[in-house]
Ligand binder design. Structure first.
Ligand code: NOJ
Length: 945
């Protein structure tokens, strides 16, 4: 019996694996993934929208607030009932909760009373919850959200609407009938919910019985398709809880551009999705899937989902966070109102959000700038975890380094070629038959020794760890997870079995506290896998979860998780629960003495608190290099800034030129890792040789030089949610021409503007400057560019197009070392680029780069200001300064664009002592060697003698 089943499943696995992972055909298998019209809940809602938009009469949506149920404001919260009037005239109660947050945002939640009360019949496993999924807060939100004080909110009520003033200059009006919500800021309408009346809350109803039974609850513009059963690709989803989709339209008034909702391989400024030139035909989909060889410029779902959208216009910014972890589609259209006869001739963006299940739970953020929206969103979902310094240096990966000797040889080769790197990675082949936590001892006989060897040059090892567990009775982890019910369950109540790299597998259910506890034990210090090594870190892959044999390469929607939740309800957050379990396990392993590093492929809102993501299986093609920039920018806009793309392209072999250009772009990715498919040729930085290796090596050295600048940007993001790589419109929020520029970016607040070369054979490019400031050519400081618009820039193979905006100061480390940790005690160089008026400012943040001591005040933070002839530092350090922090010093100050004479010495004062320091000037660049400590205030005055 078993033998027959095994033989069948092996054959099935082979077919699946050949179809999925063959590198012959290089195109996404789009037939595996559902378009809106193939996914009934989406089809039903798009159809509803189409019907309503084509009506000649104004449409009155069948939802209203029962004003008599409105409660008084308490703890920043209002409640009332929304009533849905069904086709049969019944009134469905939908409890509405409106929370005003201390940070100045609003959360609107709509539940369904009958399900919340458990008064429904579930047509499947009795383990299933009856209510809609309501514990997403635990994963996605930061847990410290505070409601506003009632005294800061003013509520006015009439028979037909409730108007509330809150935050700084914000107002929201709830119109009772038909239900509509309008948000205002500074007197202007910003965001409207249910403006088009597309709210659709699929309420519970008894399952119609009999073959041809019609659902009497279906309204005039609704479809019946897939309400109770959903078939795709020969797989049937028995929808035990019936129809439960929710949909709502959100209009961003007078906003031409919207951004966010990663992950898609698409432009930064999102396209319309209802056809037309340059637009998509399909909505953007948010459904975490293993989409190998993905298409560029596509709205197809990818590995991660963040249902957060930002809108920006010159007069302000707005954001909407649709807190839902089920399969979701978002349609976008822009109103055509450029007609001058129309009173308000500005263009607006109309969006339509459709989710298969869960609560309707939406946050609305209003602000004056994109950064303000980032801050408000991060106040809700949490801030980026400040990473260890090594993790923002360079990572070397491939599928696979084949043995311990191979690893150590690659490690030595970096030194031989004088190229810095910090981390070497091991993909799935290290594990004995893909049984994670077990080494293939034939090729890795002494992993702890290998870890120690790497540690001699302060390098680290990352091993991959996937959520699938080989179904093998001789594998202890399988037995424990399977027997103790710690795996995702199928609808019948056993461990869900399916196929992944090891063959037949089960999947750890990290929604379960017991499963997480067990997970912790597997990473414990002293365990057989990595002994007590402290330079071991983790890569979480395939955690969408990827199930080769499952529908759309993932788990079945009717699988069941801890707590009785259907997979359908938690699908998009599962990857985060797994990522989080791993990071928590590492924290325990290291007794919180170092910050964990765990890379993830699948992610959701809130994943930024856990660790970085990368954009999955891209290809060694120029178009993939090009699309990586807007993808990483989008991730930053959506609060997940620690992001990267496989440098070189995962599938296929890049030409030497493509590889070089990719390293030059990658040197600025917040997460910077070279990676390649198992079938690709070796391509470590020294492999191409000659001018290519030279150019790659200098890109890597530039990355290491800029680490203090990047770390400062990471720290800022960890407290204000701002992107590490900033889209141009963040710097020029008033200049509409810059709103869809997405092929160049600024690095934090450093003023550094990079335009990666992404075209084969290109030896020059045009850099777009968004304003009238002076920009300096980073590669030749004597050249300046000025004037909003495009400027041609020569970029032969060894040149990265970089300019620096006048008025900014950034800090670098110039000594070349083998790894970032070895640079830890090196002195800094402060680089100043003067603006039109001869001034500049910037900052430096530093801590030990490893531990959480910064949280106890062990950090340095210094602002630098250059005015006229004087540089002043103003430290705002933490309370405790360690010996290490006190030892940090500035060796050099470089001032670019200085017009005056400097003489031969300058005056330096610090800690009430004065000294003179050597100064020199060449062209428009002044160099001072001041030898000052970073920790205390100093002043340098030019031109005194
Ligand atoms: C898929 C990942 O996206 C890729 O980076 C990795 O090399 C393979 N899985 C094998 O683990």
């Amino acid at each position: 019996m078993l033998g027959k089943y095994k033989a069948f499943s092996l054959a099935l696995y082979l077919v699946v694996a050949i179809v999925f992972f063959s590198t012959e055909a290089s195109a996404v298998k789009s037939y595996l993934f559902r378009k809106c019209e193939e996914n009934p809940f989406c089809k039903r809602n798009r159809h509803y929208a189409d019907q309503i938009s084509s009506l000649s009469q104004p449409w009155e949506a069948p939802y209203e607030i029962d004003i008599s149920t409105l409660t008084g404001l308490k703890d920043g919260t209002l409640t009332a009932n929304i009533l849905k009037i069904t086709a049969t005239g019944d009134k469905v109660e939908l409890p509405l909760t409106v929370k005003f947050l201390k940070s100045g945002s609003v959360r609107i939640t709509v539940d369904e009373k009958i399900r919340a009360d458990g008064d429904i019949e579930v047509y499947g496993s009795d383990k299933l919850q009856k209510r809609r999924y309501n514990t997403l807060d635990e994963w996605a939100l930061d847990g410290h959200i505070e409601n506003a004080q009632d005294s800061t909110i003013e509520v006015t009520q009439t028979d037909s609407e409730i108007s509330i003033e809150y935050g700084n200059g914000n107002k929201v009006v709830f119109v009772a009938k038909p239900f509509e919500v309008k948000f205002y800021r500074n007197g202007e309408t910003q965001v409207i919910l249910n403006d088009r009346g597309l709210l659709n809350y699929e309420h519970w109803r008894p399952k119609p019985t009999g073959e041809d039974a019609k659902d009497p609850q279906i309204g005039p513009y609704e479809l019946e398709e897939g309400l109770w059963e959903d078939k795709f690709d020969s797989k049937t989803d028995k929808k035990s809880k019936g129809p439960e989709a929710i949909a709502l339209d959100v209009t961003f008034v007078d906003y031409k551009h919207v951004y966010g909702i990663p992950e898609h391989a698409d432009k930064l400024s999102l396209r319309e999705t209802r056809g037309g030139p340059g637009n998509h035909e399909q909505p953007y989909r948010l459904y975490n899937v293993d989409i190998f060889e993905y298409e560029t410029n596509s709205p197809m779902a990818m590995y991660g989902s963040i249902p957060f959208m930002q809108a920006h216009k010159p007069s302000g910014s707005a954001g909407v966070f649709w807190l839902n972890s089920a399969d979701t589609y978002v349609d976008i259209i822009k109103t055509k109102s450029n007609d001058e006869k129309v009173l308000n001739s500005k263009q607006s963006t109309q969006t339509h959000w459709i989710s298969e299940a869960g609560l309707l739970d939406i946050f609305v953020f209003l602000g004056d700038s994109p950064e303000e929206i980032n801050k408000l969103y991060s106040d809700v979902t949490g801030f980026l975890q400040l990473p260890q310094t090594f993790s923002i240096a360079y990572h070397q990966c491939r599928w696979n380094y084949n043995s311990q000797d191979d690893v150590l040889e690659v490690n030595d080769n970096f030194d031989k070629h004088d190229i810095p790197y910090d981390v070497i990675w091991l993909d799935i082949e290290y594990a004995d038959e893909k049984k994670y936590f077990l080494w293939n001892k034939k090729v890795f006989p002494d992993p702890v020794d290998m870890l120690n060897e790497l540690d001699t040059t302060k390098r680290k090892l990352v091993t991959i760890n996937d959520p699938h567990i080989k179904a093998d009775e001789n594998y202890d982890i399988f037995n424990k997870v399977d027997k103790n019910g710690l795996a995702i369950q199928d609808a019948k109540g056993g461990s869900r079995k399916g196929h992944c790299w090891p063959g037949e597998s089960i999947w750890i259910d990290t929604l379960s506290p017991k499963a997480r506890q067990y997970w912790d034990s597997l990473f414990a210090s002293g365990s057989e896998f990595a002994g007590a090594a402290t330079n071991w870190h983790i890569w979480n892959d395939m955690n969408e979860p990827s199930v080769f044999s499952g529908p759309e390469t993932t788990a079945y929607k009717d699988d069941i998780h801890f707590g009785g939740w259907e997979h359908r309800e938690v699908h998009n957050v599962y990857g985060l629960t797994y990522h989080n379990a791993t990071a928590e396990a590492l924290k325990l392993r290291y007794s919180n003495a170092q910050r964990p590093f765990v890379l993830t492929r699948a992610y959701f809102a809130g994943s930024q608190r856990v660790g970085p993501m990368w954009t999955g299986d891209n290809m060694a093609k120029w178009e993939h290099l090009k699309i990586a920039t807007p993808m990483i920018l989008t991730s930053g806009v959506a609060g997940m800034p620690f992001a990267g793309a496989d440098v070189g392209g995962f599938f296929e072999n890049p030409s030497h030129e493509l590889l070089t250009r990719w390293y030059q772009a990658g040197a600025f990715y917040p997460f910077f890792r070279g990676h390649a498919h198992i079938d690709s040729k070796r391509r470590e930085p020294w492999v191409p040789g000659g001018e290519y290796t030279e150019a790659i090596s200098s890109a890597l050295k530039l990355r290491y030089k800029l680490l203090p600048t990047l770390y400062t940007a990471f720290q800022k993001s960890s407290v204000d949610g701002s992107p590490i790589l900033k889209p141009v419109y963040y710097i020029s929020p008033d200049n509409e021409d810059s709103f869809d520029v997405d092929d160049e970016f600024f690095v934090g607040d450093s003023g550094i503007l990079v335009k990666p070369i992404t075209d084969e054979g290109a030896i020059s490019t045009n850099i777009y400057l968004p304003d009238e400031e002076i920009y300096y050519d980073y590669n030749n400081n004597d050249i300046t560019l000025q004037g909003a618009g495009e400027h041609s820039y020569s970029a032969p193979l060894n040149t990265i197009p970089i300019v620096v905006r006048g008025g900014h100061i950034h800090v670098v480390r110039e000594r070349e070392r083998r790894s970032s940790t070895l640079m830890k005690y090196d002195p800094y160089t402060v680089v100043i680029y003067l603006n039109k008026d001869g001034n500049a400012e910037g900052s430096l943040y530093a801590d030990d780069g490893e531990t959480y001591n910064y949280a106890d005040g062990e950090y340095l933070e210094t602002k630098f200001k250059f005015e006229g002839t004087t540089l002043v530092s103003t430290p705002n350090n933490g309370e405790k300064l360690s010996k290490y922090l006190e030892s940090l010093w500035i060796e050099k100050v470089v001032i670019v664009g200085y017009k005056g004479d400097v003489g031969s010495t300058v005056q330096v004062s610090q800690d009430e002592t004065e000294k003179s320091a050597i100064v020199s000037k060449e062209g428009n660049v002044v160099v001072v060697k001041p030898r000052v400590a970073v920790a205390s205030e100093f002043k340098i005055e030019l031109g005194l003698n």
